[in-house]
Write a protein that binds this ligand. Sequence first.
Ligand code: 5AD
Ligand code: SF4
Length: 464
Amino acid sequence: MSSLFHKDKPRYFRSVKPVYNESLPKVYIETYGCQMNSSDSEVVASIMQANGYSITENLNEADIILINTCSIRDNAEVRIWGRLENLHIEKKKRPSLLVGVIGCMAERLKEKLIERDNFVDLVVGPDAYRELPQLVRAAEGGQKGINVLLSREETYAEISPIRLDKNGVSAFVSIMRGCNNMCSYCVVPYTRGAERSRDPHTIVREVEELFANGYREVTLLGQNVNSYGWENKEESVNFAELLEMVARVNPSLRVRYSTSNPKDISDEVLYTMAMYENICNSIHLPVQSGSTRMLELMNRGYSREYYMSRIESIRNILPDCSITTDIIAGFCSETEEDHQQTLSLMEWLKCDYAFMYKYSERPNTKAARHYKDDVPETVKSQRLAEIISLQGKISLASKKKDIGKSFEVLVEGVSKRSTEFLYGRTSQNNVVVFPKENLKIGDYVYVEITGCTSSTLIANVVAE
Ligand code: 5AD
Ligand code: SF4
């Protein structure tokens, strides 16, 4: 197969969207897991496109299928194995089809993925995506390839991702990779390696390019954005400073970020958010448990009281800020009392939305090595159900409080229910559905909230 560019020096496209070329081999990328994985898939698309492959949205015409995988909980991996089984049937029908596993599961399972007869042709971990074209070429020649080396430096800093999003308005921008936190339940430090921050100037350039291409919202991504830190001989940049640099790209560009760790979120970041109207008033601050004993076992680095004090700072400095969180039910040795502490913290916090999970033991983590996964499955399910039910009530009440208020919304797409309606989000990251009128995707509009469900606000347009 021929490469579009000189083999040793791939050039990265300035275009932000896939360039379709019928005559080139086609790559289909399927993404599971977090926003970081979605962002990585866009880097992978860019690397493949710069090396003579065309990106397709149609699986049936693909020559190569790359599955970008997640290992965070056992059920994520079970789902992906199911998908690989389907693709195995597809491979029997089309023997030239190549299937590659990339991302966290590739890193965790390594050659175990290749050992399974004719399921997978290549396995590439999150820090080895520059090697993908070479490994795909080897696989085209019948040689199974694997590269799961983790790096202390790789940030794909200068690669312009090919945007795979549908709306052309909001984009993810990765600002760092890896994680140094070592929460005892979490597989991420093992699958994504040590934390490293990306050159802020390449971040700003990427954001400027997005704005020039019509994007109006960026979400800065990292496992723990508050510990972002980059320096060379002349300058050093922390997260608050980076946030300011990005906010200054254009006042019409919304800036969001995820994920914050409660132990590291600083007042400096909160004051920077207060200073720039285009930095959205929304913070995702995973608490995981309301019990200090559990938080210690989880190695989170904060207590219930410290988490509450960070929330108080957010509410003082950013009174309109929405807060979302993550909660794990049934971690090792969790008692009914610990669980009640989680419920009481939720009542106090009244967060706008929560991602809620049952603890799932991950091989080789500190928890798997040192603690017993001893909360019975039925108890985990019962506690999770109680957490979900409580959050449902809190989310609905928080939506109802918005009825009668006005918000500025960025128009992001056409409502799934009716083409006469559009949807967008408030600064607080709440989804709003409103009549289409003469609005286009990418416009800002003022709306007044007239009603809600537990997940969506309904509104009228008040000013375009
Ligand atoms: N089991 C259950 N939930 C987990 N999370 C991370 N690891 C696990 C695990 N082993 C959750 C945490 C984290 C979110 C991304 O996933 O709540 O914040
Ligand atoms: Fe993302 Fe973690 Fe899943 Fe990897 S394991 S894809 S970092 S959620």
